[in-house]
Design a binder for this molecule. Structure first.
Ligand code: FES
Length: 169
């Protein structure tokens, strides 16, 4: 809400990685800024202003379902948000994180949180064209072959886990 150009903070509660986080934010504050600057959740990256110097990544956090990372306003987010920090369970990496390590799917790591969040969605949705699905995530280190290998590893593990679960029913 704005009165004569002055923003009036609104009280909200964000569900971030399974934790409820009460905040008072200006209505124009993006989810990204709320995560990074208010809650210290820094895995989600801000893409740089120019494509030449940036490693932009879509879907660096998920709001229930993976969706293109439009600049959501924090005050409008009503669903649980998962960031890369919320994927692991204690000391155990998420299978996609494990696959990125196993396949050496990162170099500088700048794009990695976004790549991993998109990869999690790719595995979950069992997408047929992984390269197309991941095409919005740029990696200036060109780790693409290893990223694709990591997604293949995680997809194969997910399929094996599903077969095992079906066999025990
Ligand atoms: Fe360096 Fe992708 S931008 S690992």
């Amino acid at each position: 809400m704005a009165i004569r150009g002055k923003e009036i903070p609104v009280d909200i509660s964000l569900d971030i990685n399974g934790r409820s986080e009460p905040l008072s934010v200006d209505p124009g504050v993006t989810l990204l800024d709320a995560l990074r600057e208010r809650l210290g959740v820094t895995g989600r990256r801000r893409k740089a202003a120019t494509a030449a110097s940036a490693a932009p990544a879509r879907c660096t956090s998920t709001v229930s379902q993976c969706s293109p990372a439009l600049p959501s306003l924090a005050a409008t987010v009503r669903r649980p948000v998962t960031t890369v920090e919320g994927l692991s369970t204690g000391d155990e990496l998420h299978p996609v994180q494990r696959a990125f390590v196993d396949q050496d799917a990162l170099q500088c790591g700048f794009c990695t949180s976004g790549q991993i969040m998109s990869a999690v969605a790719a595995v979950r949705e069992d997408v047929s064209d992984v390269r197309e699905f991941m095409s919005g995530n740029l990696c200036r280190c060109s780790a693409y072959p290893n990223i694709i290998a990591a997604i293949k590893q995680a997809s194969e593990q997910a399929a094996a886990d599903t077969r095992r679960a079906d066999a025990t029913v």
